[in-house]
Design a protein around this ligand. Structure first.
Ligand code: IPE
Ligand code: IPE
Ligand code: MG
Length: 265
């Protein structure tokens, strides 16, 4: 079933000195994979500084890790993958770093669009795209247009995304619809709110992965994470790989999700 992936892993194993990725893969129950995985791609800067390199070096290495995880998600036939690439708070960083991140985004989308489309991946940017620099907006528009008919992995890229901004926008849209008489007050329920978020129509994440050793949500998917399982690791994002990903998925499969209720055994 995972013949191709095993091949990739075998090659990867030699390079990374990891010898147990296949073990994790073998143990995964394909029928119980999460429908939606969300990842806070954190730790690029620290990874680079530790190596005496500029932070931008870490961001570039982080793109490589992303490529691996998207590839694994496609191979596993995951339905939804959401990655946090740039938050509404990341504008606080030096202009030069912001520019580097935007350039990397543009480069990533142009380089990867072909292979993403070959793999039937649909790109869904989440965030206030209109505030991005023009070249980033153009690349995002290109990626949306080229992948719009794809039916495989829904690849949400959180760009200029903030959970509070997302909720604020939803509240405003709902308020506007009330004022316009397009929505009845009694019809405002949890589903109505979910329908006004960037993730409208998608299931909530089953699993949230945060590398880098920080234990916080950093304004990511505040509504959607209500019953998400968290998986935290000290590994920095550039070192995150398929083995770590499978480890997280396997750990997820061992969790007992109760949603506030009781499991009768
Ligand atoms: C994540 O890595 C990338 C973005 C936030 C854009 P960081 O740049 O936050 O790296 P650290 O957390 O400083 O190590
Ligand atoms: C979260 O990482 C945002 C992204 C990974 C894009 P940050 O590095 O911005 O989060 P904090 O500042 O450590 O909370
Ligand atoms: Mg960080």
């Amino acid at each position: 079933m995972f013949k191709r992936l095993r091949g990739i892993l075998r090659k990867g194993n030699v390079k990374d000195g990891i010898d147990n990725s296949e073990d994790y893969l073998e143990k995964l129950d394909i029928a119980r994979l999460p429908a939606h995985v969300a990842i806070i791609m954190d730790g690029n800067g620290r990874w680079a500084i530790k190596r005496g390199m500029p932070r931008s070096f870490g961001h570039r290495a982080g793109v490589k890790a992303l490529r691996q995880i998207v590839e694994a998600s496609v191979e596993l036939k995951l339905k939804h993958l959401t990655v946090y690439a740039f938050s509404t708070e990341n504008w606080k960083r030096p202009r030069e770093e912001v520019n580097i991140l935007m350039n990397l985004l543009v480069e990533y989308l142009h380089k990867e669009i072909e292979s993403l489309c070959e793999n039937n991946v649909k790109i869904n940017p989440m965030g206030i795209i209109s505030e991005l620099p023009q070249h980033a907006r153009d690349a995002v528009a290109m990626a949306i247009e080229r992948s719009k008919n794809n039916t495989g992995l829904c690849f949400n890229i959180a760009l200029n995304y903030g959970g509070r901004t997302e909720l604020l926008m939803a509240v405003k849209e709902i308020g506007q619809k009330l004022l316009n008489g397009e929505l009845e007050f009694a019809k405002i329920d949890e589903q109505a709110i979910a329908n006004h978020l960037f993730t409208a129509g998608q299931p909530d994440p089953d699993l949230l992965i945060r590398p880098s050793g920080d234990y916080r949500v950093s304004n990511f998917l505040l509504w959607q994470l209500a019953y998400t399982e968290f998986w935290l690791t000290d590994t920095m994002w550039p070192d995150f790989n398929k083995t770590e990903f499978f480890k997280a998925l396997l750990d997820y499969q061992r969790r007992e999700r109760r949603y506030g209720g009781l499991l009768h055994k």
